[in-house]
Design a binder for this molecule. Structure first.
Ligand code: F0G
Length: 466
């Protein structure tokens, strides 16, 4: 019988970090002590950590070398110039504002452009983007394409619903909209990509209505890989050419460089408008740092200058996207339904389908996440009604997520295929006793981003009728 070939790492290992597995009894103690909130468990008590692909990247030998030549001058450091040159080259903008991570870029941008009651439209807001919009009194609106939640194997299910976008603008008026944001890849619907055609269409609508159009570019390089692989006309273009074409379409970019910056910390805003640049910069000096370091050390900027280019390497991207697909296939074979096709940075288990006996307001995603820790010391995050539900602070309405997902996010260059085979074995053991999994209730929470700090309790087990 022929065996499916595993994707082969285009790198070898130079430095290792031990990980250890706690006993089942110790894991049970930890999850109870953490009040069933996975964010509260100490990393040393985790065997395989798939909580996020953000800031968890293994740096390359070239990045470690770059760290040593960081220029720590307060103003005008050589490392900033190097970083600035790299960002301008990739993102095609006149001004570059470094920030310590993505959400500080969001805070700076939204504090500057979002007024109370104004809309921010996004193919789908990530939680911090939504939180920052709400925090400034703005109203976040998600406009994912209808295919985003279908079971079809469409290649670009991360797209913006441009018909809906146009209709929304016509109904509410362009002046009610602070900005339109395109998130690439679309994290919240499964790390799924946006096509270049959709980017051009969205850009055209924003230009015609004179609305500010920004990218949330956290995983832009992974998105470019999908365009190259799956969109007609792009197969012979380089990742870097595709990135240039993408960013020529917008007024600016906010980026958490903890993802496709291949770094453990960092972010930036890149934009063209000088007046906006001045206004953001004024604010940043108060809250983030001098404009040539933005809350980062010189060595961080130097590491980012290398990492931003490494993320565009085709062999690296080809391996990464295939490793995600490989894990997805294994999890599916283990008996857990997943979001298909798999995206760029994670496998998303459809916990709503996996646990039909647990309704959305009892958080089936959290139930699956807790069980992965219990069964195998694996950590991951719920992306469902625990993250997106709760009371809307503007309207008071009780919200429910579109889908109940659990995200197995894959850190860049960190885990090998055998680690992921282990994850699939654990998934199979959970699938075998899925009827015994219960829902949860929230017993303590905050108004915004409650999933980070809330306390939960398991609900009594309900008899499952099959
Ligand atoms: N935008 C997107 C699409 C993100 O996925 C994130 C972070 C941010 C913005 C905020 O960036 O963390 O640097 O402040 N996502 C992480 C995740 C946390 O796990 O998906 P940050």
């Amino acid at each position: 019988m022929s065996r499916k070939r595993q994707p082969i790492e285009p790198h070898r290992i130079k430095s290792v970090e031990p990980i250890k597995q706690l006993s089942a009894h110790e894991r049970e103690q930890r999850i109870v002590e953490a009040r069933y909130n996975i964010f509260r468990i100490d990393a040393q008590d985790i065997f395989i950590d798939l909580l996020t692909d953000s800031g968890t990247t293994a740096m390359s030998a070239r990045q470690w070398a770059a760290l040593m030549i960081g220029d720590e001058s307060y103003a005008g450091a050589a490392s900033f110039r190097n970083f600035e040159r790299t960002v301008k080259d990739i993102f095609r903008k006149r001004f570059v504002i470094p920030c310590h991570q993505g959400r500080s870029a969001e805070n700076l941008m939204f504090s500057t452009v979002v007024e109370k009651g104004k809309y921010v439209l996004n193919n789908t807001h990530f939680d911090t983007t939504r939180g920052n919009t709400l925090h400034k009194g703005g109203i976040p609106i998600d406009l994912p394409c209808p295919e985003s939640t279908s079971d079809e194997m469409e290649p670009f299910k991360g797209n913006m619903d441009t018909e809906h976008l146009e209709a929304f603008i016509n109904e509410h008026g362009a002046e009610s909209i602070a900005m339109v944001v395109m998130t690439v890849t679309n994290n919240s619907v499964g790390g799924l990509p946006v096509s270049m055609a959709n980017i051009h269409a969205t850009s055209e609508i924003c230009r015609r209505h004179n609305i500010l159009f920004f990218f949330d570019g956290a995983r832009y390089a992974e998105n470019c890989y999908f365009i190259k692989r799956d969109e007609p006309g792009y197969g012979n273009k380089s990742v870097s050419d595709i990135a240039n074409e993408m960013f020529e379409c917008c007024d600016g970019v906010m980026m958490s460089a903890k993802k496709d910056g291949m770094a453990n910390i960092g972010g930036f805003i890149a934009l063209n408008d000088e007046d906006l640049y001045q206004r953001v910069t004024e604010l940043m000096i108060i809250i983030e740092g001098f404009p040539t370091y933005g809350g980062l050390a010189g060595r961080d900027l130097e590491v980012l200058a290398v990492g931003l280019r490494e993320a565009q390497d085709f062999d690296y991207l080809d391996f990464r996207i295939n490793q995600v697909a490989y894990l997805g296939e294994q999890i599916k074979q283990a008996g857990m339904p997943i979001v298909e096709p798999t995206g760029g940075h994670a496998v998303f288990v459809d916990a709503g389908k996996f646990l039909p006996h647990v309704p959305p307001n009892e958080f089936p995603g959290q139930s699956v996440a807790v069980e992965f820790y219990r069964e195998g010391g694996i950590r991951m995050s719920e992306i469902g009604s625990l993250m997106f539900g709760g009371k809307d602070p503007n309207t008071g309405e009780e919200l429910i997520a579109v889908r109940e997902l659990v995200r197995l996010a894959m850190p860049r260059r960190v885990y090998t295929n055998s680690h992921y085979d282990y994850v699939a074995d654990v998934a199979a053991r959970i699938a075998d006793r899925r009827d015994s999994l219960t829902g949860y209730k929230v017993v303590h929470q905050t108004a915004i981003l409650r999933h980070f700090t809330c306390d939960l309790e398991p609900l009594a087990h309900k008899k499952v009728h099959s």
